[in-house]
Every structure is written in C-alpha cells, then in structure tokens.
Design a protein around this ligand. Sequence first.
Ligand code: NDP
Length: 275
Amino acid sequence: MSDRYAVIGNPIGFSKSPFIHGTFAKMTGQDLVYEAIEGPIDGFSGRVDQFRTEGAKGLNITAPFKLDAFAYANELSESARRAGAANCLKFEGDRIIAENFDGIGLVRDITANLGVKMAGRRVLMLGAGGAARGALLPFLRQQPSELVLVNRTLSKAVALAEEFAGCGPLIVSGYAELADLAEGYDVVVNATSASLRGEMPPLPGNVFQGAELAYELAYGKGLTPFLQAARAEGVAKLADGVGMLVEQAAEAFVWWRGVRPSTAQVIAALTVPLS
Ligand code: NDP
C-alpha cells in the first residue's frame, strides 16, 4: 500500500500542496498518496489522531493549525521550537516530530533560486507574525550585516527581538522611525499579511532605494501594492512567495522520503506573472 501524507488547514480548497507533493512523487518515483484535509476548527487533534490510525506517515500544516500542530507534537526540532509553530509533522510509531520549514524555504528561494546573497547584506523584514518569527533564525544564520525588523504593533517586534537576542544583529523599528534608520537595504521582505487585503504597509518612501530584491511572502496575487512600490522605486528583482511555498515543501519531502526533488518546474507551473 502507498504511504499516506496530507496537508491540513481550514479552508483547504486553495492548497497547492497536493499538486506540489504529487509532482515531487512522480519526479522521484516515490510511492505515496497525498491528500488535502479540511480540519475542524476546534478538532485538530481528533482529526489527526484519525489520520494516524489510518497509517499516515506525515502531515503538512497550514492556517489556522500551525500552533495546534506544535502543541500536538511530542518532539520538536529547533526550527519548530524557535518558530513556536509547526508546518510539518512526521509520524514514526508513537513519535510525533514537528518541524518548521517555512523560514528555510524562504532563505532557499532568496539565495538559491533568486541568486541573492544575504551574507553581509542589510535586510529589512516587515511584520512580526508567524511567518516573520519562523524566518528570523534562518535569516540570521545567513549572517546579514543587519536585520531590521519593523512591525505596526511595535511591542510584538520588541518581544521577538528579545527572544532572538544573541542570535545575530537584529534591530527593531517602528515604521515611522524607518526613514531615519534607512541607509538603504539590499533585501526588503514583506512578511505582513497586508497584501492579502490589497493594503500597503506604511513604509517611508526611501526604503527601496538601492535594494536588489523586494520579496513578497504572499503568492499568486500578482503585483501587490508592496511590489508595485518597489518597482516604482527601481528595484530590479521582484518575487512573490511561490518559491518559498515550493521550497518548504521540498524540505518536507526530503525529511519524509530521503530524496530531494527538483523545484524549478513546480515553481514555474505555479507562478502567477507579476504584472
Ligand atoms: P500573521 O497574521 O501571523 O501576521 C500578520 C502580520 O502582518 C503582523 O505582523 C501584522 O502586524 C502585519 N500586518 C497586517 N496588516 C498590515 C498592514 N496593513 N500594515 C502593516 N502590517 C500589517 O500572518 P503570517 O505571518 O502567518 O503571514 C504573513 C504573510 O506571509 C501572509 O501574506 C501569508 O500569506 C504569507 N505566508 C506565505 C507563505 C509561503 O509559503 N509563501 C507561508 C506562510 C505565510 P500587527 O502585528 O501590527 O497586526
């Protein structure tokens, strides 16, 4: 019988994960089935218990269950512990092991796919929610010269900076103060959810000056207000989060199956043009 995997979320109809993992399985000749599960909002653990009794080997987790998955696990990787959330589980007997590949997926997309170095560069990250939290350690491990974290609710960014103190050159700012800080950034990453509502984070005008890359974590939205602003200020490379999505899936696939799939073809198939 084929090994079983799934993605769980609510809603789940939009999920690209069955396509991504189905394609990876075909490419690598792995015998598995991968489905999408709409988890009950107040019934994550019951639904996952059921999936495990059916012989499941692993699970991807999307909104709103990343914290539930973290609590459900009985072993945490460092990335899951640092992110305070899990986007991937592996089931081995009684072991329920949690990982979080979102941050490493983002770093791989920036450095390997887009060819933008982060080492020694100035990086600006907007947002202090789940995605930003998960990206902090993988970003700091790239050894940027400075990572500036800015958030609308400043206290959340300050709390993150305290938690990650000692991991690297992390600086916190409010949006209004950014104009004074800005010596220019090489990489500007929008890890807010503003684009999901067609909104623009309140950035001062000069933050894109001289930037090599503007990266929008939301995907499939075309040219968001953030990417439009970056283009208007002459940023050469613009990207959305489709590569991050596929790269985190590839990390999960390697972890589960021990084989690394190539990602370029899947990214190309899912890319919505930025126009
Ligand atoms: P959260 O809800 O955890 O955090 C949202 C963040 O956005 C907060 O920091 C919030 O600020 C900020 N924010 C929301 N609206 C605005 C606004 N108008 N102006 C400024 N800041 C704003 O979301 P996530 O961290 O889970 O997700 C963030 C983004 O990342 C989403 O677009 C999501 O789709 C994307 N994502 C992409 C993935 C991928 O694989 N490509 C994976 C995971 C997420 P405040 O604290 O002040 O409320």
